[in-house]
Structure formats: structure tokens, C-alpha cells
Design a protein around this ligand. Structure first.
Ligand SMILES: Cc1cc2nc3c(=O)[nH]c(=O)nc-3n(C[C@H](O)[C@H](O)[C@H](O)COP(=O)(O)OP(=O)(O)OC[C@H]3O[C@@H](n4cnc5c(N)ncnc54)[C@H](O)[C@@H]3O)c2cc1C
Length: 440
């Protein structure tokens, strides 16, 4: 057991690492957060490009993100000032067809039943099939005897072709960043359960009103440093972990040896696997994490004149490359449209100019009066999320590692959610609680 006053090292200041640090500080356990980048936030950060403040990807939260919302509140943030809360209103436009799903303010799951039955753009028979699936899922507590693909689940429940194309497929790709033919139905059901199974508020959409960095990372970092100066150390890469007699004993940070007997490895999976691999007892774990694989998300920001606006903050598109458009008017950037392309591995070689031209043409099919954008910026996140494929849950590691004193936290560790902000925060908080328990 560590001395009560010995600080815990946290490697990585993404949402996971910050959530862990905040929780430890709340329990008077000192910690030091090492972050290799010049800023906190990790895969949910704001970048400055050609004088524009842009998020590395458009992020959407939902009402079911209970731990994230709790932490925001406990760190003194005002949810209303940071997040625009919208009732669930899903619009997906294809070339010749449009889906509009509106959830009325009714107790769950009646809100979902009413939304499905009144969905515009779906044939009556398909709406009934979707409702039947919703009821059966509710009865089975959203559990499957064994994992199958989302496509297979939809076939089992006889989902119509149009419902699959305009509703389930866009939802699955947006939440799991994995195509329906490969995506884990169990993880998809976990998301549906938490969004639709309990309270009306859980399905509400929460869109950041501020730059992503401001939403969580900057405020939490400031709070950590206020509690104890120099808690967050930026531009400090952890280069190696050291062990002695099966216990963690030190880290190498920027070439310097730092003794630690407890550390939380809160990096993304690839970096975690790289740090674990040199230690013989952790090679198996490193390989397991490597096998999680990754998927890309590409975000293009098209700068239109300020009068160009979407009919609602987010709009799904179907039939081309663009998947979701977000009107950045909500962050005070009128005319800026963020185009999200998930499962974007296939666009790696497409150059930015061709990509932006294609996206503009797709947008113009729906908004013919919009002029060409003044300019366009593209941010590619090659390893945005782990590959949320069938059977992935059995590969996600527990937080305790075979090396005494070393813990894992991150959106990829064992948990119900796909790679999400809420998954990251839950993992960080849970890991901190395991350390708090171990110190009692
Ligand atoms: C484009 C995009 C869009 C997304 N959209 C959504 C969305 O709409 N909704 C949603 O809920 N989620 C979304 N996500 C997922 C979400 O951003 C991630 O799940 C979450 O940010 C992961 O946080 P993390 O702290 O676990 O990992 P990370 O954010 O990766 O943090 C790890 C940190 O560790 C640091 N680090 C790495 N190696 C070292 C080292 N050796 N020493 C010190 N520091 C190190 C890194 O610099 C990084 O800051 C999206 C992700 C992307 C990329």
C-alpha cells in the first residue's frame, strides 16, 4: 500500500486523466498529471488553424452522459452556458427522401414509441416494425445472449430497408464509428438502453456552445492547478514505466527518473500499448490493447457567409460522403458548417480540395442558393476511436494491471460505452475510486 501522501502519477490529460485527477483531488489524494501535448483535452480539443478556433472534431453529448454532467457541475460550470440542450429531433435527408423523428416530452419509453410511430418519411409497416423492436429490446433489458453485428440484429428484428438506411445506420455510425455490418450489436444496445430506456432527458442532444477545449479540459485543468499548484504538467511526455519485484517503482518523464508507486495510464490505446510493451509482465496486455484496432473520423469545416444556416443545429445527410452537418452558429461562428464523416478510413488519400468540392456539391443539392464556401479546413483523426466490432467487449481490459500500482483508464477500458466522452470520464472516475479504496 502507498503512503497516503504519496502522489499518484496520471499519464495523459484527456477527459479520462482529468476526470481521474479531479476525483482524486476531491478525496484529498495528491496527483500529478503529465501531458505530452502543449494543451490538455486529447482527442477532444480545440485547435487554432489560420486564425480560426476549430474543434478537432464536432462533438455531441447526450442527456445520458451523467458522469460528465456531474463533473461539470461539481467543477462549478454552468451546463446551460456551455451546452445547448435540444429535444431529440432527428432529421436525415437523402437524395429523394427525408426522415424526421421527433420525440415528444413523454415518460420513457413512451417518448420513443411516439417518435417511431409518428416518424415522417418511413412507411407505416416499417414504423410498426421499429416499434416492435423497441418493445422487444426493452423486455430483454437490451441484453443479447451473444454479440452479433448490428446488421444481423436489424435483420432478426425485420427492420425495413428505409428505416435501416435513414435511422439505424446513421445512428450506429455516429455512436460506434463502425459500419453496421461489423459493429457490435451489444454495445449499440447499451447506447440505446441508456438513451431511450430510462428518462426522457437522457435522449436529449447536448451541443457545445463553446469551443471544445473550454467545455471541460481548460476549466478542469485550471481547477486542478488552483487546488494544488503545478498539478498539470504540459509538454511532459512519459517515456517509460519501471518496475521492481512486480510493482511499479518509477516513470521516465522527459529523460528524468521520477519515483512513483502508483500511476494511472490514461492515454489512448495505442500510446498505452507502446508504454506497456517493454515490461515483460505487461506484454500480453499490450498486445490485447493493440488488437482493439482503430477507426478514423474526418471533420471538414466549410466557411459560408453568415446568412447560410441549417434548419436545425444538426442535420444528417445520406447518399454521399457527408454524414452530419452541424451549424456552428451555436458556438458563435455563423456561416461555419462542420461536416462529420465517421468510419473515414477510406478517405485518407483524398486530397482536401477535392474533398471540400465534393462536400460542397452535396450540401448544395439541399441548399441550392448557398454560394461556394470562402474556404475549407479539414481535420483528420486517424485513430479517433477503437474499432467497435462484434466481440470487442472481450478485448477491453480491466483497470487493474498485473503490475502492482499501475492502473489503466480510458474510453477503451472495460465498460458499456463505445469510445465516447462519457466512456472516458466514467473510466477516469472509476479508476480514481479504485485507488481511493486501495488506500483506505
Ligand atoms: C473527431 C472525433 C469526434 C468525436 N466525436 C465524439 C462525440 O460526438 N461524442 C463523444 O462522446 N465522443 C466523441 N469522440 C470520442 C472522444 O473524443 C474520446 O472518446 C475521448 O476524448 C477520449 O478521451 P481519453 O482521455 O480517454 O483519451 P485522449 O483524449 O486520447 O487523451 C489521452 C491523452 O494522453 C496524452 N498522452 C499520450 N501519450 C502520452 C505520454 N507518453 N505521456 C504523457 N501524455 C501522453 C495525449 O496527448 C492525450 O492528451 C470523438 C473523437 C474524435 C477524435
Amino acid at each position: 500500500m502507498s503512503a497516503p501522501s504519496a502522489p499518484v502519477a496520471i499519464i495523459g490529460a484527456g477527459w479520462t486523466g482529468l476526470a481521474a485527477a479531479f476525483t482524486l483531488q476531491q478525496h484529498a489524494i495528491p496527483c500529478v498529471v503529465y501531458e505530452s501535448a502543449p494543451h490538455p483535452g486529447g482527442r477532444a480539443r480545440t485547435v487554432s488553424q489560420h486564425g480560426h478556433q476549430l474543434d478537432n472534431g464536432q462533438h455531441l453529448l447526450i442527456g445520458a452522459y451523467s458522469e460528465t454532467l456531474r463533473l461539470l457541475q461539481q467543477s462549478g460550470q454552468d451546463e446551460g452556458a456551455l451546452l445547448l440542450r435540444q429535444p431529440l429531433r432527428l432529421a436525415v435527408w437523402g437524395q429523394q427522401e427525408r426522415l424526421l423523428l421527433n420525440a415528444p416530452r413523454l415518460p420513457a419509453p413512451l417518448h420513443l414509441a411516439a417518435a417511431l410511430l409518428s416518424a415522417q418519411g418511413l412507411p407505416w409497416g416499417e414504423r410498426l416494425a421499429a416499434l416492435r423492436m423497441g418493445l422487444r429490446l426493452q423486455t430483454s433489458a437490451y441484453r443479447l445472449p451473444e454479440d452479433i453485428s448490428v446488421a444481423a440484429l436489424l435483420r432478426q428484428h425485420r427492420q425495413g430497408e428505409r428505416t435501416t438506411r435513414l435511422l439505424w445506420e446513421p445512428l450506429c455510425i455516429a455512436t460506434l464509428n463502425t459500419p453496421i455490418a461489423e459493429a457490435s450489436a451489444q454495445v449499440f444496445l447499451n447506447v440505446l438502453r441508456d438513451s431511450f430506456g430510462h428518462r426522457y432527458r437522457d435522449a436529449e442532444l447536448l451541443l457545445p456552445r463553446v469551443a471544445l477545449g473550454e467545455l471541460f479540459a481548460e476549466s478542469l485543468s485550471a481547477q486542478l492547478n488552483r487546488q494544488a499548484a503545478n498539478t498539470l504538467r504540459l509538454r511532459q511526455r512519459v517515456e517509460a514505466l519501471h518496475s521492481e519485484d512486480g510493482k511499479l517503482c518509477a516513470l521516465t518523464v522527459q529523460g528524468k527518473h521520477r519515483p512513483y508507486t502508483q500511476a494511472i495510464l490514461a492515454t489512448a490505446p495505442e500510446a498505452a500499448s507502446r508504454l506497456l510493451a517493454p515490461l515483460p509482465t505487461l506484454q500480453g496486455l499490450a498486445e490485447q490493447i493493440r488488437q482493439l484496432g482503430s477507426r478514423a473520423i474526418l471533420t471538414a469545416y466549410l466557411h459560408y457567409p453568415p446568412e447560410c444556416r441549417l434548419p436545425q443545429p444538426m442535420l444528417g445527410l445520406h447518399g454521399g460522403i457527408a454524414q452530419w452537418l452541424t451549424d456552428r452558429r451555436i458556438t458563435g461562428q455563423a456561416g461555419l458548417i462542420a461536416v462529420t464523416i465517421s468510419t473515414a478510413e477510406g478517405y485518407g488519400s483524398m486530397d482536401n480540395n477535392s474533398l471540400c468540392d465534393t462536400l460542397h456539391r452535396e450540401i448544395q443539392q439541399h441548399f441550392p442558393h448557398w454560394p461556394a464556401p470562402q474556404h475549407c479546413q479539414v481535420i483528420r483523426e486517424k485513430r479517433a476511436t477503437f474499432d467497435c466490432r462484434v466481440g470487442i467487449q472481450s478485448l477491453r481490459p480491466e483497470q487493474q494491471t498485473p503490475l502492482h500500482g499501475l492502473w489503466l483508464a480510458g474510453d477503451y477500458t472495460a465498460g458499456d460505452y463505445p469510445a465516447t466522452l462519457e466512456g472516458a470520464v466514467r473510466s477516469g472516475v472509476q479508476c480514481a475510486h479504485q485507488i481511493i479504496q486501495a488506500r483506505k
